[in-house]
Ligand binder design. Structure first.
Ligand code: NAD
Length: 256
């Protein structure tokens, strides 16, 4: 291993150790890149990113959901439900382990694939929603996404709320949707944090990409450069599972 990489892993481990010792706060911010090793394509990776096959800003937009629901449920909805067969990878597991061992206090994720929950993370802010749930646009019904899937499979588009018959939709934040309350909670947590560990995000989707600007110490693990690299304490351009495993190995008293 080259000494630059070794120094970088050591430095991240030392930062996390020092924040833990001082009872400070470190948070992770994850994006689609943490889940590519679970077989879910991200948006922007050259060759494999979803952006090369479709325009997600169109396919996964409120405009299409409301204006052309048949198209949304044929393409966007299928894309959302396809993510649910994946399993967490080592990177998700290490973040859950870091929380368990008191090195980080939670994960802010742009992902909708539920993999942090599956890996055992407890404090997860899903700032773009999730693919577990659906809700009604007319009443307060919130239930499993499978309710919508059954209706869509039978050709009932748009799917209806089982309580009031209003239009129901997935609990994912689509392009054009307002941000959910989880984003405000994450924002407040970041303002109080000493360090943000970004994992697998191009940091190009706002307002989430604004969060790293609010912390004093920033660490970025991402295969390709991001617009915030210039102000990070440490930048690691490599696979999330590899970098996190190396950092984890250098911490005291950890257990996976
Ligand atoms: P993005 O596609 O813009 O960026 C992903 C980044 O991850 C890229 O810069 C890429 O170089 C990097 N990357 C890919 N594989 C990696 C790996 N193994 N280790 C480290 N880095 C890796 O994704 P984004 O920044 O999250 O923003 C796009 C939006 O896409 C988000 O809003 C998110 O909700 C949505 N999205 C989510 C999923 C999911 O839930 N898994 C999948 C696709 C898109």
């Amino acid at each position: 291993m080259n000494s630059c990489k070794e120094d970088a892993y050591q430095k991240v481990a030392a930062l996390l150790q020092s924040i833990k010792n001082k009872k400070g706060s470190a948070l992770a911010l994850t994006g689609a890149g943490i889940s590519t090793e679970s077989g879910i394509p991200d948006f922007r990776s050259p060759g494999s990113g979803l952006w090369e096959q479709m325009d997600p800003m169109e396919t996964l937009s409120v405009q299409v959901l409301k204006g052309r629901p048949k198209e949304f449920y044929a393409r966007g909805f299928r894309l959302l439900t396809s993510m649910r067969d994946a399993s967490p990878n080592l990177a998700h597991q290490i973040l859950a382990g870091l929380e368990e061992a008191g090195y980080i206090q939670g994960v802010i994720t742009q992902n909708i694939d539920n993999l942090h929950h599956q890996a055992g993370s407890r404090q997860v802010w899903e700032v773009h929603g999730n693919t577990r749930e659906a809700y009604c646009l007319s009443c307060r019904w919130r239930g499993p996404l499978s309710e919508l899937e059954q209706q869509v499979a039978q050709g009932a588009i748009p799917p209806r709320c089982p309580l009031c018959g209003g239009i129901a939709r997935p609990a994912v934040v689509l392009f054009g949707d307002p941000m959910p309350e989880a984003f405000n909670e994450a924002l407040e947590a970041v303002k109080k944090a000493d360090l943000l560990l970004v994992v697998g995000s191009s940091l190009s989707v706002y307002p989430v990409a604004y969060l790293p600007e609010l912390v004093r110490q920033l660490v970025i693990i991402n295969l390709t450069p991001t617009p915030q690299d210039y102000r990070a304490e440490v930048v690691l351009h490599e696979k999330a599972s590899r970098a996190l495993a190396e950092i984890y190995d250098r911490l005291e008293g950890k257990e996976l």
